[in-house]
Design a protein around this ligand. Structure first.
Ligand SMILES: [Zn+2]
Length: 189
């Protein structure tokens, strides 16, 4: 089965934090924060609402922090259970696969083209996160730190949308490293 993930970019998102490929792996940091409300606010400011991208529309309804907590707890459990070392446990794997497929139905638009390829188009950051989890599972994606030693973001073995190899999470990290190398070589004085 071939899966294609369509890039999701919340329009509010600008600046150095717009890197999106490791968001699902950063959820534990938010979930475990002492001030959970603050964590939700911070996440929503960065990436938008978990449940819907149309925050400005009349149909938009606010989501209780407990709904966010439930989602994040499910994300953390799903990513833990679906790690390769857990693949042997077929029952858990099956349960989580089903859960993730339900999430994709809820938060993304999926379509199948003539060749049988499934396109996943996330409708919110929640949809993007669940899609990344799904892709990781099918592509057996692994993660390495960004090549900028000062950056804390992670890079997938292949980009989930273009399948290209990545070296930096962003242009600014690439620039930062190249600047340092040039400075060391004495290009800039
Ligand atoms: Zn980086």
């Amino acid at each position: 089965m071939s899966l294609r993930l369509i890039e999701y970019t919340p329009h509010e998102l600008t600046g150095p934090n717009k890197y999106m490929y490791d968001v699902h792996r950063r959820i534990p940091e938010y979930l475990n924060r002492e001030d959970f409300r603050e964590a939700v606010k911070e996440f929503a400011n960065l990436y938008g609402c978990w449940f819907s991208a149309s925050v400005g529309s009349k149909a938009y309804k606010l989501h209780h922090v407990d709904e966010w907590r439930n989602e994040w707890e499910e994300v953390v459990t799903a990513t833990t259970e679906l790690k390769p070392e857990f693949y042997k446990d077929y029952f858990d794997k099956w349960v989580w696969k089903l859960t993730i497929e339900n999430k994709l139905n809820e938060f993304t638009n999926m379509s199948i083209d003539k060749s049988g390829r499934i396109d996943i188009r996330p409708m919110s950051i929640g949809g993007w996160v669940w899609s990344l989890i799904y892709k990781d599972y099918y592509d057996k994606t692994t993660y390495t730190p960004c090549s900028n030693p000062k950056c804390t973001r992670e890079l997938p073995s292949l980009s989930p949308t273009t399948k290209r190899k990545m070296k930096y999470c962003s242009q600014s990290c690439k620039n930062a490293v190249h600047y340092r190398v040039k400075t060391r070589k004495g290009v800039y004085n």
